[in-house]
Design a protein. Structure first.
Length: 290
């Protein structure tokens, strides 16, 4: 395993789609720092981070010597009167221009942010699962693999919901080690039990004390992120050695995306987020090399 399968995510630099999330670092700095730590690729980030026109997007990434992976795509997938296909078809045009190969879907609620969510009834679940299969097929037609990202504050958050997706649809999963752990799923156990369904990873380490406070409702998700719930790899409570071991044992050949969700209050002095990312890159290289 070489470094060519280690990618970055703009949210590690505080770049996020949530309104009011925090100070947004400029594109040039983020991409330059990705290359500085030796990352081979980047997820595309939220709308507006990269140029919207596919050719311009590809040119910017090429100028920074970064491959495009694809990226986090929050969609309303549970509404019978809302068809997600046209939006995804348009997005896949940018994927074709940039060579992106993974469509990371998230079943958002329609509410702003990730601090609260409604319950989903059986009809909503049927629509959600049907749409996941439709988008899986659409992605395959474009040479792209669709994955579902279980995520705090979305309609697929906890272990029961993850299992319902595994049982009720054909879509692969994005193994986000942080969101799974906070949602009550042991990511190492999931990797051991269903490695064949995992096609993409978001690797983040977690301070489990803060995660438990989110689970118990004593802190919102955003508050916990601001207080440092996500840690550089190797400095939290996620068992990356077991996770990588299970994946590699099943021949996993997807991306390892470093993703330490960060909230910035202002332009950082000094290295800023880069310091933590450097630690994570070194730790992952050590795990992959063992």
């Amino acid at each position: 395993m070489n470094d060519q399968r280690i990618a970055g995510a703009p949210i590690s630099w505080g770049v996020c789609e949530v309104p009011g999330w925090g100070y947004q670092l400029p594109l040039a700095r983020v991409l330059a720092e990705m290359r500085e730590v030796g990352l081979a690729a980047t997820e595309l980030g939220p709308d507006g981070f990269l140029p919207g026109e596919p050719g311009a997007m590809a040119e910017v990434l090429s100028r920074h010597h970064l491959q495009a992976v694809g990226g986090f795509t929050p969609l309303l997938l549970h509404l019978a009167d809302r068809d997600p296909v046209p939006e995804v078809e348009k997005l896949l045009q940018a994927y074709a221009a940039t060579g992106s190969d993974v469509l990371v879907l998230s079943a958002v609620t329609g509410l702003a942010g990730y601090d609260a969510r409604p319950a989903l009834d059986d009809a909503g679940w049927r629509t959600l699962l049907t749409n996941l299969d439709r988008l899986t097929g659409l992605a395959i037609e474009h040479g792209v693999r669709a994955v579902l990202h279980p995520h705090i504050g979305t309609l697929v958050e906890n272990g029961e919901e993850v299992q319902r997706v595994l049982d009720g649809s054909s879509i692969s999963l994005c193994l986000d080690t942080g969101h799974l752990l906070i949602g009550g799923t042991d990511p190492a156990a999931l990797t051991r039990e269903a490695p064949h369904r995992i096609a993409h990873t978001h690797l983040k380490d977690v301070d489990v004390t803060l995660a438990h406070q989110v689970q118990a409702g004593r802190r919102t998700y955003t508050e916990a992120v601001r207080e440092g719930m996500y840690r550089p790899l190797g400095q939290g409570d996620v068992d990356f050695e077991a996770i990588v071991g299970h994946l590699r044992g099943q021949g996993y050949d997807g991306w390892y995306v470093l993703e330490q969700d960060t909230i910035l209050t202002e332009e950082p002095r000094g290295e800023g987020p880069l310091a933590d990312i450097r630690v994570s890159v070194e730790h992952l290289r050590s795990v992959l090399g063992s």
